[in-house]
Design a binder for this molecule. Sequence first.
Ligand SMILES: [Zn+2]
Ligand SMILES: [Zn+2]
Ligand SMILES: [Zn+2]
Length: 154
Amino acid sequence: MSRTPLHAEVITTAPASAEEAVALLRQRGSRATPSRRFLLEALYATDQHLTADELAAGVHERSPEVHLSTIYRNLDELQRLGLVTHTHLGHGPVTYQLASHAHAHLICNTCGHRVEAPDGLFVELEARALTDHGFRVDPHHLAVFGTCADCQSG
Ligand SMILES: [Zn+2]
Ligand SMILES: [Zn+2]
Ligand SMILES: [Zn+2]
């Protein structure tokens, strides 16, 4: 007799709102504290990549007493649950976004111009890394640096 495996309950579509994300936290046995809810609201309110300090500013508009250490712990937990990912956009602090908003970047070393890179750009790299090295590439984690078209011609 076959039974539905527990992990079948894991939803594959990303929550569409902070409320849905809070419901998902509860569903997965994670605590839906007010500070986590405010953090999710700050993440859902933007399509930018925000540092922990910037997210803290958003949370503090709602609840000034939340410590930065709590925000880091909550970011770790939301990443563990797969709701949030972080991206390194250069030498500065790590930035965070909803996992559903993650994408790759091309950044110009000269002028700092940053463009969103389509996933298709990495198809060959991903395939070769997997076939030749058994390695799964995450092109969203680190930006690709170089020189933009304008800076090359200037
Ligand atoms: Zn990292
Ligand atoms: Zn440039
Ligand atoms: Zn971006």
